[in-house]
Design a protein around this ligand. Structure first.
Ligand SMILES: [Zn+2]
Length: 316
């Protein structure tokens, strides 16, 4: 008997995206099962748990090195959840998962902290699935807050399906939450790569270059255009590595390695404070925190770290 191998057996690999922060969301979004009763039913379910935000920061019940982002209804009401802000994220194994805003948390209990999402990902207070759900929640709440009016006719819109879209009662337009694709790329020339730093980066930090994908553009073309604009380098081959939901506020980082065809740098001073070639040994020191000049790369949760680490660990 011949055992048929499939295309995917031959190209089997661990999905590199799973190593990126915010990438572990396992909620069933119930996209096809929702109607106009879904939000109320989920909210009234005694198993419902609520992810709560004070503007951009998420509330976390902190107990030592462990954190809990999912509050039950009693706790959520005690923290002042704003009923009109609720959206249904989906279903976890234990029941419905919702997100909502609380009033400004001036009087939080000692054990509950309002934490920005970058810090949360770096601190490792939540497991990957919870951190991913928090990222979904942040992007969804921001989208609803910023799309109260119809982009076509200007009339107020209404949330539908527990938050999967907003409808305009005046012109019947349907509006869906948007995701903004960003290409982030590590340019490679043999044993060296291009890293740049923006003025607002942490001291000594250098990272991969990045930019929004524009309308009518492939990912590969965006990589080539952005690298030419920011570093002045022409790019040949582009290879996808992994992706990362990036909830600031609703981007999808699409990480690639790309091949330099030219090597003279001509950085865009308006975007980059510095940009230069780094050889593999120097990059390894930056990752290890042992660089003699104190230079570093972004933290492990960031896709830029994974792109840079993949290059540093390759010994071909
Ligand atoms: Zn309209």
């Amino acid at each position: 008997m011949t055992i048929m191998s499939s295309f995917f057996d031959q190209t089997a690999c661990v999905e590199a995206s799973h190593l990126n922060g915010f990438a572990g969301n396992r909620l069933d979004r119930l996209s096809e099962a929702r109607d106009e009763t879904s939000l109320a039913a989920a909210s009234a379910d005694p198993r419902a748990r609520f992810l709560l935000f004070a503007e951009e920061r998420v509330l976390i019940a902190v107990n030592g090195q462990a954190g809990e982002a999912a509050f039950d209804r009693t706790a959520a009401e005690g923290l002042g959840i704003l009923a009109g802000s609720l959206v249904l994220l989906g279903a976890a194994a234990g029941g419905p998962r919702l997100a909502g805003l609380v009033e400004a948390p001036d009087n939080l209990p000692e054990t509950i902290k309002a934490i920005d999402l970058r810090s949360l990902a770096n601190q490792g207070l939540l497991n990957a699935a919870e951190l991913g759900a928090v990222a979904q929640a942040r992007s969804m709440l921001a989208w609803h807050a910023n799309h109260q009016y119809c982009a076509r006719c200007g009339e107020p819109t209404l949330m539908r399906g527990g938050g999967v879209r907003r409808d305009c009662p005046a012109c019947s337009a349907q509006h869906f939450p948007r995701v903004d694709p960003v290409a982030i790329m590590l340019t490679i020339d043999g044993g060296r790569c291009v890293l740049g730093r923006q003025a607002h980066f942490a001291p000594g930090m250098y990272s991969a270059l990045a930019g929004f994908v524009e309308p009518g553009e492939t990912i590969e073309d965006a990589v080539r255009r952005e690298t030419r604009e920011e570093a002045g380098i022409d790019i040949g081959r582009v290879r996808y590595h992994s992706s990362q939901p990036w909830p600031f506020v609703s981007s999808l980082m699409i990480g690639c390695h790309c091949e330099a065809l030219t090597t003279d740098l001509n950085p865009d001073d308006s975007e980059l404070e510095d940009c230069r070639w780094f050889d593999r040994d120097e990059v390894r020191q930056m990752i290890a925190g042992s660089h003699p000049g104190g230079l570093i790369v972004p933290p492990r949760m960031a896709i830029a770290n994974r792109l840079i680490t993949a290059f540093a660990e390759w010994d071909g």
